[in-house]
Design a binder for this molecule. Structure first.
Ligand SMILES: C[S@@+](CC[C@H](N)C(=O)[O-])C[C@H]1O[C@@H](n2cnc3c(N)ncnc32)[C@H](O)[C@@H]1O
Length: 248
């Protein structure tokens, strides 16, 4: 089986509460605020997982559809809005079907990110927006160490992105960057690792050790701390609002 599907199949039932960022209100709201000037229309959540972002769009009056590669995740999302199990690289919707496409914390997992962006571009209406978000380094000072942590904790990582390399991806995908917003979400690393069934005990210890013994610049930027045997740190999020150009 595809290892990405295998990883998220194991996580599907407990995914929604497996890390703080997944249900963080400020982070979810940032995706809605990225489209605040639009009246509610049609939104497609790509790689939607259990549909945590789409649920809020639905509550605000949007008509929501989702797609996810992992059937067990798509089934969870399908409890809240129609969701189908397909790859983001081959979206089964007609051209110009959506006002907004959302993609949170999955671009780094995609086999062919540019193909998924081309598909997102195709299914958006002219003037529609892609809201793409992901965890990225705070600056050059933590980038190498964070890349090391991500490569250790996520075997399915296809490429490690910074804010700038993500922005370039969007431009290459023919999107115009309208806005970018940054926010920090504090994570309990010990709890997060315990909820990652795909990681062996040795891998969990390795990830925890990399954070606990990170260089000073990393520890300062991520505000690493330990309390009662648990390790905490901030994750830096970027939320891009990227526009599909209107027809001339
Ligand atoms: C880290 S989870 C993020 C889920 C959701 N976007 C969220 O923010 O809670 C990544 C999700 O991407 C899905 N995924 C990975 N590769 C995919 C692909 N090529 N097409 C569609 N979904 C994909 C996985 O199945 C998983 O549910």
């Amino acid at each position: 089986m595809n290892p990405t599907i295998e990883q998220f199949r194991k996580r599907a039932k407990t995914y929604s509460s497996s890390a703080n960022w997944i249900s963080d209100r400020r982070l979810i709201k940032a995706h809605l605020e990225a489209c605040a000037r639009r009246p509610p229309g049609h939104v497609l959540e790509l790689c939607c997982g259990t549909g945590m972002v789409g649920r809020d769009f639905r509550a605000e009056g949007w008509s929501v559809c989702g797609i996810d590669l992992t059937r067990a995740m798509a089934e969870e999302a399908n409890r809240y809005f129609p969701c189908i199990c397909v790859a983001a690289e081959n979206i089964p919707y007609l051209d110009g079907s959506f006002d907004v496409v959302v993609l949170r914390q999955a671009y780094f997992l995609l086999e062919d990110g540019q193909k998924a962006l081309a598909e997102a571009h195709r299914v958006l209406k002219p003037g529609g927006v892609l809201v793409l978000s992901q965890t990225v380094p705070y600056s050059a000072a933590d980038a190498d160490w964070l890349g090391r942590i991500h490569r250790t904790k996520q075997a399915q990582l296809k490429r490690f992105f910074t804010e700038e390399t993500l922005a370039l991806e969007l431009k290459r995908g023919r999107f115009r960057l309208a806005r970018r917003r940054r926010l920090s979400v504090r994570e309990n690393i010990t709890r997060w690792l315990a909820a990652a069934p795909e990681l062996s005990a040795a891998k969990r210890a390795e990830v925890c050790g990399l954070i606990d013994h990170a260089p000073e610049a990393y520890r300062r930027l991520h505000r690493v701390s330990a309390k009662n045997g648990e390790v905490f740190e901030d994750w830096n999020w970027v939320v891009f609002t990227a526009r599909k150009k209107k027809l001339p």
